[in-house]
Write a protein that binds this ligand. Sequence first.
Ligand code: NAD
Length: 355
Amino acid sequence: MKTYKIALIKGDGIGPEIIDEAVKVLDAVASCCDIEFSYEEALMGGCAYDITGDPLPQETINISLNSDAVLFGAIGGQKWDSLPREKRPESGLLRFRKELGVYANLRPATVFDELINASSLKPEVVKGVDLMVVRELIGGIYFGEPKGRDENRGWNTMVYTREEIVRIAHQAFKIAMTRSKRVCSIDKANVLDVSQLWREVVTEVAREYPEVELSHMYVDNAAMQLIRDPRQFDVMLTGNIFGDILSDEASMLSGSIGLLPSASVGAKIGVYEPIHGSAPDIAGQGIANPIATILSASMMLRYALGENEAADKIDNAVKRALKDGYRTKDLAQYDAKEVCSTSEMGSIIANYAAK
Ligand code: NAD
């Protein structure tokens, strides 16, 4: 039997509630897939600041680097908003990603048939959408030098090195190999020199993946195509700023923030987390939707641990729970047969996953 070490960072707000449900589901699949998890909890965010004075204690970095993967809830809340910038929970998270060297952000956008009416787009446009945005996370215009401003001018630099493009392109092609084997690389090569290099390097890397079909698209067209016909996409490969915008746009195809998982991966340990925040407005009420976190645990099994069978079991259990009409409060208006609490939803999915 294989044992995996998982660092659990529950964080603030609804973080502890949703991580507890993901753990419940992980333990349910473990028992039927001949694997075992040993969990170690670590503090981050406001709760870490309250106890240690630092939103990212060194111990959290050590525990994470010593694990096979990190399952992360969410951090932040109004209580800590007026702290100096470096003490805020969000600063801890940015520092954490840097410490772990996670350069690729994977964001799937899936539309579940049962929740098709939750999307603001027409059902015939979004039915069957299943795409993955692979976004470069620690380069590009958000980090490029020189940057700055004076009274009359502000400037940032969009820069990518060949090495940075090669590594994110490999991520995208490897993921495409596990999906429908199509990569659409997004750039602005008609205007930007940096995009011309991006396109050239992605095309070179593609030669190592002859089974994957590569296409290129300008970012303005991609933004339009995502709304016009999102089913045309499988893996969308993008730089940092384009991916920031397109992944938020793609997440809205499904219409519910409580359903969408993500992964941030790199050379070391990956971080698996829901795309939503700590939802302080509903924390402690038992009404948060745990599905985004449960699907993040499934991504962890698939991409960090290579446990595809267990990941499939979780994905199918989530689909079945939705098909059978179980809904948390956020989705109660979409064909609910039974509205359940955070913990009830976790138990239902865990039961289905264990079968
Ligand atoms: P949010 O995602 O926490 O909440 C937005 C809205 O969606 C709220 O109405 C909330 O109740 C609802 N919501 C979110 N997750 C839900 C779930 N699982 N089930 C049901 N409803 C859900 O965004 P926000 O309100 O802008 O931010 C709240 C705090 O979270 C802030 O401090 C922010 O900095 C932080 N934040 C953290 C992360 C992270 O930890 N990665 C990401 C985004 C925001």
